[in-house]
Design a protein around this ligand. Sequence first.
Ligand code: HEM
Length: 448
Amino acid sequence: MTTSVSNRKSSLPPLADGEFILGSARAMLANPIGFLTEQYLKHGSVFRIQAATQRLTVIAGAQANQFVTKEGTNHFRSWEVWHPQDTEFGAKSSMISLDGADHAQMRKIQKRAYARSAVDGRYNDILGIVQTEIDTWQPGQPVSVTAAMKRIVTEQLGQITTNTSPREHIPDLLKMVRTMLFVYVTKQYPKIMLLDPRYQRSKARIVNFVREMVQAHRDMPKGTRAPDLIDDLIQAQQDDPKFIPEADLLFAAMGPYIAGLDTAANALSFILYTLHQHPQVLEQVKTEVDTAFSKGDLTAESVRGMDVLHRVILETLRLYPIAPALTRTVSKTFKFDGYTIAEGTGVLIGTTVPHFLPEHYKNPHSFDIERFAAPRAEHRRPGVYVPFGVGSHTCLGAGMAEAIIMVSVAGIIRGAKLEADPKYKLKIISTPTPSPDDKFALKFLGKQ
Ligand code: HEM
């Protein structure tokens, strides 16, 4: 039985441009979304890429995103792509590696802790963490933005999702997460990198930190504060110990850092970049932020009122997607745009390709926050705006990410006078999530 979105005759999908032996590896490393978009425009919505040892069939475009939304659970599995990462921690599974009913159950357990509502009432904590970072900046000196955003976001995620400060462990978390993503997800590093003693030491210290954090939660009398991710995992383990054995619980406790650290921090870096490239928009955001703070402490309502800032975030995530594509394995053969894609095929879903197509976005390569305002609302068509993924694994932390990002940008703008370096030319690096390179710095002129 196959599912089809077209009647065209099947044949092997075209092979994307590539070099001898390396295939598309270099182009995919240099600019994955640029390459996927170019190949989509050349070959259409289905093509194959060979990148060094990896062979993947790409499906891309708004129709592909709609297909995954409607039919994804019937035709795709996450298991092969994500399960190897579980084994690194002796876990039998994790939310991102599970499929079907088990995935739905795991998502339900962790949903509350990752929801936007988990940030409500924590705005002053988020702002306090931003201010602590600003207090370390020296007037007249450049601030290396991505590194600073990683320090801020790590602490925020730890406080909000686990009521625990990971501050002393930031270098270990960064080393561990980065190595794991490179080896297991993008496969840019060989497995031998996992034997690197520096990685091993970082991992051991993080496992120890997480173990102590879980024990501290077990020792805490119930009802002392609102339950967080760790409390919910402990409760779920008590309800069904086979579903969440101890190793799985410890791995899930690292989830906010594995899923949220690079993604939210890199998004913040790009947002500070775009804002400082567009001084008029920055001025509008400053006015909005001042208005919001003039009413007292930030509230969910005053944050919602920062419409220009919200559109800056939407536009930055469109133009600089942090998760440009998703990898899956076909669990049941299907037809797409005339091609039969067989069970067992490795698939790359080029989710954010539509972000760069003129049929959806006017001048897609230019930064334009008006495209999100009525009546244009260019993003409000199915499958064309996909920064947080599609299908059953769609980002569970999207609401939380948006709230953290909005409040953090507001805190930075309110707390610090920053100046762009006119000589800086944006270079995007993938480590492996895309971010501005280490040369992206803003000069700290002083506190506001
Ligand atoms: C701008 C920032 C972020 C972006 C662009 C982003 C993007 C994504 C994408 C594309 C996926 C789907 C992965 C897949 O299907 O293979 C995902 C999954 C996920 N994200 Fe995010 N994310 C962001 C921030 C966060 C944050 C801050 C958290 C929480 C602390 C978070 C938690 C998660 C979780 C738990 C999943 C797995 C959901 C599941 O497997 O069902 N994300 N994210």
